[in-house]
Design a protein around this ligand. Sequence first.
Ligand SMILES: *Cc1c(COP(=O)(O)O)cnc(C)c1O
Length: 385
Amino acid sequence: MYSDRINSLPPYLFATIDQSKAAMKAKGVDVIDLGVGDPDQPTPTHIVDSMCEAVRNPETHKYPSYAGMPAFRKAAADWCKESRGLNIDPASETLTFIGSKEGIAHIPLAFINPGDVALCPDPAYPVYKIGTEFAGGEPYIMPLLQENDFLPDLDAIPKEKLEKAKIMFLNYPNNPTAATADKKFFEEVVQFARDNDIIVIHDNAYSEMTYDNYKAPSFLSVDGAMDIGIEIYSLSKTYNMTGWRLAFAVGNKEIISGIGKVKSNVDSGAFDAIQMAGITALSSSQQCVADMNNIYQKRRDALLKGLHELGLDVKPPKATFYVWAPVPDGYDSVGFAKLLLETAGIVATPGVGFGTYGEGYIRFALTRPVERINEAVERMSKLNI
Ligand SMILES: *Cc1c(COP(=O)(O)O)cnc(C)c1O
């Protein structure tokens, strides 16, 4: 009944985890869920209020424009200027997405012919690879290894793959490894993309979620990046808006225009009332972001303290709300996740769920209050590993 593209999808590991989690809960276990990368705090009130007001205006009830409201795209460009000094033309160099997942899944359709290659990191957000395969392309896996600070080794990509490569996906600050990239790495990427005629898609979903005064550099702030790439910003993690589905791309206008052509044929844009709330989020005080980062930072420190006591060697991440920890000797990632769930009632995500090179790691999401993280640490200390 199903197409080859559906039949060849990998088994969905997270469904299995959900099942075991439900089984533990049914047994009455007080489960601490550090599995999902979904903020636990509500969307800030000023953003919610703005949506309530906008939705009462019947003008917002009509079809939105496919590229996004001009006022939202202007707010996005202004935010990029204010937060990272980028000069972006709202009309030609921005595009609204119904969440970045939607954009990422559609991007390969604009650039990939059957047999073309997309360079995809591993471990990674699964949509880069699946979106490529849905478009008939061939993902080429760029391993993210600890010894390379979880950056891809561009020199290791074989020449015959490079000749067929049309696009490259990158994501820093990174999910799941929490690694960051400096400007020097982005400069190498720009040179590499120019030399090999590759379009760079930088997924910057965690752009604002940073700690210890670290500020994540923008890919587009590197000289020449606007010629070869785009950057995707999401309101999901930044403003606790995962359910609202709102993101935007900025960058090279030909690339933006190509993606727009796909989108105008498959969707009709983001709900205008949501975009109006998005304008409020982007153009109001950014204090809510700093407040959230303070909360995540305390949780990070609580978890790290516990992991160190357990003898797990983890450096404090400078960004994202993830802690990417090597699993103890004698376990693989699924085995350790199972142990955590079944003997300590803790949900964490096995690294292999993000790709082959995630094996040997486990991802904790800092999406529970510090008291619950302390409780998780307490339970882990009794595990005897
Ligand atoms: C959460 C996440 C996204 C999804 O963002 P939406 O805008 O909610 O679709 C995209 N990329 C990465 C790496 C993420 O972790």
